[in-house]
Design a protein around this ligand. Structure first.
Ligand SMILES: Nc1ncnc2c1ncn2[C@@H]1O[C@H](COP(=O)(O)OP(=O)(O)OP(=O)(O)O)[C@@H](O)[C@H]1O
Length: 256
């Protein structure tokens, strides 16, 4: 049996009278491709915000590599290898992908104060940034300001930034949301080619991506864990079909 890298134990998050996370216990295994799905308002974002430390759970515990991180500050979780994809609006619009990645790599390597020196001054940083640019199909736009990038390229840069932090666990938050059809394929291929040793928790509405990517799925409904299993089990689960009826994505889930 593979090792658990991230787990929640009886997690509860209440906002006044609303229970957005209701006693959720789940496990992410090493190297997993695990999807967290559920209809709108199921509590996916709330759960991810607790994993990253944006929210402190009302009850329950979160462990990373066996250590309790329930009350650990968000940046300390990143330092321990729990990384969420960057939000698009957090990118520095006037920087280029090359500068952005060099900055993140140098900060991660503890050379944050020197990032503004000419890129060539640190070979290791420049090389790692170049590697990431290539891996994420960003080499051809490496010198363009982020504000001029196509939407799909920006999403690729968000994932590249997360990878620059050398995650052990990557929380991949709706990577194809809003990406035009013509730019999706590149993004899907890149997500599929993420390093095998990085454990991934994918939060996604797009069932094509979910079923092509995930080897395990957790279904949340109204803050409660409805069921968990491999893609085939989930696709054939009557409870899951019922939940998705009327949500547009059900038919696709049911066809798999
Ligand atoms: N800060 C908050 N204060 C009050 N209620 C909240 C807050 N954040 C989330 N909620 C409520 O918690 C529930 C779960 O919301 P959440 O955004 O986590 O769901 P979701 O599965 O991410 O939905 P979507 O797929 O639409 O993004 C909803 O009823 C929402 O209104």
């Amino acid at each position: 049996m593979s090792e658990t890298v991230l787990s929640t134990h009886g997690l509860v998050m209440r906002f006044g009278g609303i229970t957005a996370t209701n006693n959720v216990s789940m496990e992410l295994r090493r190297g997993a491709r695990h999807a967290l799905i559920g209809p709108n308002g199921a509590g996916k974002t709330t759960l991810i915000n607790q994993l990253t430390g944006v929210l402190t759970p009302t009850e329950g515990r979160i462990t990373l590599m066996g250590e309790d991180i329930t009350r650990l500050a968000p940046h300390k979780r990143v330092a321990r290898g729990l990384v969420r994809t960057f939000q698009i609006n957090q990118l520095f619009d006037s920087m280029t992908p090359q500068e952005t990645l060099a900055l993140v790599v140098s900060q991660h390597q503890g050379a944050g104060a020197q990032w503004w020196k000419p890129l060539g001054s640190s070979k290791a940083i420049a090389e790692r940034a170049a590697q990431l640019l290539e891996q994420f199909h960003l080499s051809d736009v490496a010198q363009q300001q982020v504000k001029h990038l196509a939407y799909g390229k920006r999403r690729l840069l968000e994932i590249a930034i997360a990878l620059a932090c050398e995650p052990r666990v990557l929380l991949l938050d709706e990577p194809v949301a809003g990406v035009p059809a013509g730019e999706r394929e590149e993004l899907l291929q890149t997500v599929a080619a993420l390093p095998a040793d990085v454990s991934v928790l994918l939060i996604e509405h797009d069932m094509d991506l979910v079923f092509s990517f995930a080897d395990r799925m957790t279904v949340l409904v109204n803050g409660t864990l409805l069921t968990e299993g491999d893609p085939e089990t989930i696709a054939n689960d009557p409870k899951v079909k019922e939940v998705y009826l009327g949500h547009g994505t059900a038919t696709e889930a049911a066809h798999v």
